[in-house]
Design a protein around this ligand. Sequence first.
Ligand code: SAH
Length: 392
Amino acid sequence: MNAIRPLLDIPQDELLAWLRSRDQPLLRARQIRRWIVAGRVESFEQMSDLPRALREALAAEFVPLGTRIERQQTAKDGTHKLLLRLEDDQLVECVLIRESDRRTACISTQVGCGMGCVFCASGLNGLMRNLTAEEIVEQLLRLRNLLPSHPTLSPREGEGRVPPYPLSPPGGEGLVRGERLTNIVVMGMGEPLANLDNLIAALDLAGAKDGLGIGARHVTVSTVGLPAKIRRLADLGRQYHLAVSLHAPNDALRTQIVPTNPKTGIADILDSADYYFERNGRRVTFEYVLLQDVNDSIEQARELAGLLRGRCAHVNLIPFNDVEGLPYRQPTQATVAAFVDILKQAGINVKIRKRKGSEIDAACGQLRRRVETQELAGVARPESSKGVHGAT
Ligand code: SAH
């Protein structure tokens, strides 16, 4: 018997042939996908306008969603983290961040990571595999399904007032008029540009009017800095916001922190970032994880300012998130403030990344590592799909 497959993984031609062989009208293909993407259903049974026999035939061969929620954690600030179990038993993390006017999904592109940045939990055990486009989309759907499916204000009550949260647009994602995802940051596990084709396929679906309706301008792709891939992404002409993980102002230091650096070098990374800006007109962000006594000195801030001066760049400073077993520490607030001042004085646009959901292992890769370590040690998996709720 064939394995049960997630429906969104089935190529359109194959789904149409499947429907044809059952004498079903081909518009059912769109109807079924729409139920999953826009209608939030997690079983074929819930697709109320499909004939019962068709629902049963679908359930015998496919599943609407292929992942299972292994763990769900909720932080006090409303951040949710999901650990999803994939069909081959691998684990992947994704996060939902709720702010006043935004609902942001932080998604992964790979199981593990092959880049090996020394301070990052995702790459500690190397790369297992790329995620499929369907697995990337499914993180978005799973996170979106956590959002309330009914607005708490009726349209009449809400008249003349801006709803306190974004609603799904009528017609587009509008099968359920609940809260919608507004933004995507590709900053979870893995190196997005090492799985570019699947990522683009997933983001195209997310951007489609009859998909999740999240346009490219609301998507941020964060990369370790692979110049050839950055140029390729630029040539694709999508309006994504690009973030490049710089983390050091010179090659000697960057090579110690980011093991891919000897192959790429800072100069070529900056050159490809300039190219991205030229092609897409979108200002590139440079991410810089601040590690105490490693890359946080006044001299290093000055060097970074020199490197970026004259570029239409933006610096995002990320105070290090503790990772169990790693020797790095977050700099003191005074050190961070001094670093910021130097960049500002040099006319560089700089922001410190807000910390979200820190008490729920929100730095990606940490929850997966913890659960895998427990499993290796023979600690039983929770039976419930929501094993640890509110692990604060
Ligand atoms: N592979 C991509 C996405 C990584 S996650 C990249 O390298 O950009 C997004 C950002 O979080 C990256 O800048 C990454 O270096 C940073 N990061 C990883 N681990 C971190 C930690 N423990 N604390 C703070 N930032 C971290």
